[in-house]
Design a protein around this ligand. Structure first.
Ligand code: CA
Length: 249
């Protein structure tokens, strides 16, 4: 059996750390908890984990500083970069992470659902190709062939098919959905969506994004009424649901 991927958790609130350790362990990971940045640095240097989850608000060093220190350790050792996910509580922190100035792999806003976080850990590990994420229990004996996904992006034609039907989308609806389809599960803030999809973001507003998401949802609903592919993260933004029913054949 392959060793369980070690997930290093830097979090000073023991309640959150306990929950995280519990869900990670039950999903086949080996969590290692550190309550301070100092301990995190020691643990990381002694044995680099498969992935690190860093709380931005740590008592001795903020998560961004810690992130840079850990990256420095990896570089000095000539090792493979360890993917990292930030835990943030404030929206200005989210803005910094999303600015990608740091190059973190992802972030999760508090309060978060532990299930969502574990799903994010899996996605980041898969994307980084760094460590094999354990198969979620219950384990299917014979791995089924992956089912066809509901969204098919045809960038050349600027079209998106949804459950086999071509969506009739406006330019902005297409831009929004394309971003989310390319990175299922990734949370996009309204600000980010404005920057990435609109030509002149300064002339647009958060509610512009909301309005287009609304019409987009209506078009998706017309094709599959029982499916809700776009998740709203209150006060933050939107993400494509990673757990969509696959195409029935
Ligand atoms: Ca904290």
């Amino acid at each position: 059996m392959p060793p369980k991927p070690r997930i290093l958790i830097a979090e000073d609130e023991s309640g959150i750390a306990d929950t995280l350790q519990y869900v990670l362990r039950s999903d086949g990971f080996e969590p290692v908890w550190c309550a301070t940045a100092e301990d995190t640095i020691k643990s990381f240097a002694a044995e680099p984990p498969a992935l690190a989850i860093l709380d931005v608000g740590l008592p001795d060093l903020n998560g961004f500083e810690l992130f840079k220190r850990l990256q420095g350790i990896t570089r000095a050792a000539g090792g493979v970069e360890v993917p990292m996910i930030f835990l943030t509580a404030r929206s200005d922190e989210i803005d910094r992470v999303v600015g990608l100035e740091l190059g973190a792999d992802d972030y999760v806003a508090k309060p978060f659902s532990p299930r969502e976080l574990v799903a994010r850990v899996r996605t980041v590990l898969r994307r980084s190709g760094r460590a094999q994420a354990p198969v979620a229990a219950p384990v299917a004996v014979a791995a089924p062939t992956p089912a066809p996904q509901p969204f098919v992006l045809d960038a050349e034609r600027m079209q998106i098919r949804y459950y086999g039907r071509v969506l009739d989308l406006s330019r902005y609806e297409y831009g929004l959905l394309r971003l989310m389809v390319q990175r299922p599960g990734r949370v996009f803030t309204r600000d980010e969506l404005l920057q990435l999809v609109w030509d002149d973001a300064s002339e647009s507003f958060d509610r512009t994004v909301d309005a287009h998401i609304k019409t987009l949802r209506a078009k998706l609903k017309a094709i599959a009424p029982e499916v809700e592919p776009i998740r709203t993260l209150r006060g933050t933004g939107y993400a494509l649901n990673e757990e969509l029913p696959s195409v029935r054949e």
